[in-house]
Design a protein around this ligand. Structure first.
Ligand code: TEU
Ligand code: CA
Length: 548
């Protein structure tokens, strides 16, 4: 297996709107990020993935771009950007930008032109049909086709109607994309996270789909279209191969069997993908707000089977949350009495699997989901649309709000809790979305003052990954597949063998599948070690051993 920096790096995702506000307008910004770079350096991450900062009317918080060559006004200026990039590099960290090119904003000049007339030179930058060709639905509720008055035709939008899909069949559009990528790469950025990249090639027969299972439609109809690999190879040839960068595709709808078609080293497409193995697996047939219970054995199976499916041929990136999914400690851990322990256990997992780990902002603080009482306090377009749709359908709206508390995207979009002052020190003004009321106890100031905090555990675990390359490159084998309480696995290569034990319950676990104890040296644990506990695990205890 080839060894390279982007396999050894750890990514930290910043959602700029919610990170840090430097000028009191209630919206996080680039200068706010600059102020916190020392904090990130101290944590020990290598690469910052920045959610979109391009000019945008913010229908979907920047995932609707109206100018790929400019910075969103609320976030700052190009001079701020250049300064931020220089400051990141000065601290020997890297910057990966979000590339959102499955769709643009309807306010992009291309779409403004495209919609004017059928013979406009930009008409073919988007996907227009005289009639709705099928029953496709948007990810964010309602039809994926929107009628436009000027020409009386329909355009495709897999996301909101302010996010028209770009037409990748058009070679001119593809060249535009490659140009804007070069613009940012030539500024010196270190790579791209590619938004919904498996969706760029559409099925040109536009078949009807069976929406009794939306995730199945994504996988079988929307993603992995006929020309997707041709387009990615062209992008690689024209742009990517000329830079020493990190590329990671958001692989919605990509199965583990298909994954190496995107990331196989011989394929010359992407370096790695974020997979959705665990991200969608608690969704019922009715989608994310139709929650299904999961078992630990299923969770383990996701990571095990993805590890084996990719093998030594390709690479993946692993995350346990991001700006679209609930807080990791609330989703996979216990965000009540074992919040700190379980956040640290999840960090142990994330940082001891093969694949480049990505930490979402605030995880290192042990930040949790939020439960606003009123729908008016929510901001996310997905949540708002789904709420309106459920109401229209006469659903039980109290139950729906409860599902939002568990699954809504705003769970991870509340402002970062920097201290216990008003609005958690995120802003001097009024934040664009309310802070989580638990900021008085959960905040950066508090964790930095507490040697036993999540922050210092994450920091320590980041060092462990750096110092033990087996955790990066080694092979992986699950131990005790059937346990619904313990996640245990072995990592090994020519440099050593490691055993990782994670107790995913709030109970003491005594039946550990342990090899000979006196050969084992403890590398890290999220509890103070006490010899009594060598063969048992306390609530949410995590331990890594090295075999001597
Ligand atoms: O997300 C794509 C995607 O699959 C999500 O729509 C996901 O299904 C949903 O958020 C789950 O609730 C990307 C971005 O990460 C997301 O923020 C954008 O809204 C979306 O693309 C459109 O650009
Ligand atoms: Ca601001």
């Amino acid at each position: 297996m080839t060894k390279t920096w982007w396999k050894e790096s750890v990514i930290y995702q910043i959602y700029p709107r919610s990170f840090n506000d430097s000028n009191g307008d209630g919206i996080g910004d680039l200068r706010g990020i600059i102020q916190k770079l020392d904090y990130l350096k101290e944590l020990g991450i290598d690469v910052i993935w920045l959610s979109p900062i391009y000019k945008s009317p913010n229908d979907d918080n920047g995932y609707d771009i109206s100018d790929y060559y400019d910075i969103m006004e609320e976030f700052g200026t190009m001079a701020d950007f250049d300064e931020m990039l220089a400051e990141i590099h000065k601290r020997e960290m890297k910057l990966v930008m979000d590339l959102v090119v499955n769709h643009s904003s309807d306010e992009h000049i291309w779409f403004q032109e495209s919609r004017k007339s059928k013979d406009n030179p930009y008409r073919d930058y988007y996907i227009w049909k005289p009639e709705k060709p099928n029953n496709w639905l948007s990810f964010f509720s309602g039809s994926a086709w929107q009628k436009d008055e000027a020409t009386d035709e329909y355009y495709l939008h897999l996301f909101t109607k302010k996010q028209p899909d770009l037409n990748w069949e058009n070679p001119k559009l593809r060249q535009e994309v490659y140009s804007l990528m070069r613009f940012w790469l030539d500024k010196g950025i270190d790579g791209f996270r590619m938004d919904v990249i498996p969706l760029i090639s559409k099925r040109l027969d536009y078949p009807d789909a069976d929406f009794s299972d939306f995730n199945k439609v994504i996988a079988e109809v929307y993603a992995n279209g006929p020309r997707v690999h041709e387009f990615l190879k062209e992008m690689h040839e024209e742009v990517l191969q000329h830079y020493d960068i990190l590329t990671v595709g958001e692989a919605v709808g990509v199965s583990k069997e298909q994954a190496n078609l995107y990331v196989g080293e011989d394929r010359k497409e992407l370096h790695m993908i974020f997979h959705f193995g665990h991200m969608f697996f608690d969704h019922g047939a009715g989608g994310k707000f139709d929650i299904r219970k999961w078992k630990l054995s299923e969770f383990k199976e996701v990571f095990s089977s993805w590890h084996h499916a990719i093998g030594d041929r390709g690479w993946i990136s692993t995350n346990l949350d991001n700006h679209d999914f609930p807080r990791m400690v609330s989703r996979w851990g216990n965000d009540k009495e074992y919040r700190v322990e379980s956040a640290n256990l999840l960090a142990t997992l994330l940082l001891s699997l093969r694949g480049t780990p990505s930490i979402y902002q605030g995880s290192e603080l042990g930040m949790t989901n939020v439960a606003f009482d009123h729908i008016e306090d929510y901001r996310d377009v997905e949540t708002m649309n789904a709420y309106a749709e459920a109401k229209e359908a006469g659903k039980d709206m109290d139950a729906f709000l409860k599902a939002v508390h568990q699954q809504g995207r705003d769970n991870v979009r509340t402002p970062i809790q920097w201290d216990d002052s008003e609005h958690a020190g995120f802003t001097n003004g009024t934040p664009w979305i309310k802070v989580n009321p638990n900021y008085k106890t959960i905040n950066a100031k508090a964790v930095l003052a507490d040697p036993n905090s999540t922050f210092y555990y994450f920091q320590k675990m980041l060092k462990v990954r750096k110092e033990h390359s087996t955790l990066v490159y080694g092979d992986y084998e699950l131990i005790d597949n059937n346990s619904e309480e313990i996640y245990a696995y072995r990592r090994w290569d020519e440099n050593g063998t490691y055993y990782i034990y994670l107790n995913f319950t709030s109970d003491l676990q005594t039946k550990l599948p342990m090899p000979n104890m006196d050969q084992l040296e403890l590398v890290i644990s999220n509890y103070e070690r006490s010899s009594d506990y060598d063969v048992s695990l306390r609530a949410w205890e995590a331990r890594i051993y090295k075999v001597n």
